[in-house]
Ligand binder design. Structure first.
Ligand code: 5GP
Ligand code: ZN
Length: 114
């Protein structure tokens, strides 16, 4: 989609530090990490928010979660664990309107979030 920064990363129009890629999913390091490990996982297709996920996307979303745990293992988060979060719209703190999941790890994360 035009003017979507994450679509541009998918299209390689702007650079991303990619950690994983297949035909459906792309994962890359967040430009402004808030933890020692901060990777963003996105579907390659433009889905703006959680509310735009359709029944046809359920396999894709499941696949993305499987990829997340594989990446977590590769980045040595297997023992201590990690957090996988997605911010939805204004109150969720969503800034980029292309569905994405933050894979955070490498430090003890607090709960509840602010
Ligand atoms: P949100 O608040 O929408 O859940 O998070 C968007 C995330 O995208 C933020 O953590 C932000 O640092 C990251 N981000 C925004 N623009 C870019 C970019 O051009 N490249 C990368 N790698 N991350 C970005
Ligand atoms: Zn997009």
């Amino acid at each position: 989609m035009q003017d979507c920064i994450f679509c541009k990363i998918v299209q390689k129009e702007i650079p991303g530090k990619v950690v994983y890629e297949d035909d459906q999913v792309l994962a890359f390091h967040d430009i402004n990490p808030v933890a020692p490990v901060h990777v963003l996982l996105i579907p390659k297709q433009h889905i703006p928010t959680h509310f735009d996920i359709t029944a046809e996307d359920t396999k894709l979303i499941g696949h993305l979660h499987l990829v997340a745990s594989r990446i977590a293992e590769q980045l040595d988060l297997g023992e201590k664990g990690f957090r996988l979060v997605s911010n939805c719209k204004e109150y969720g703190g969503q800034l980029v309107f292309h569905l994405h999941f933050h894979l955070l790890g490498g430090r003890h994360l607090k709960w509840p979030p602010g």
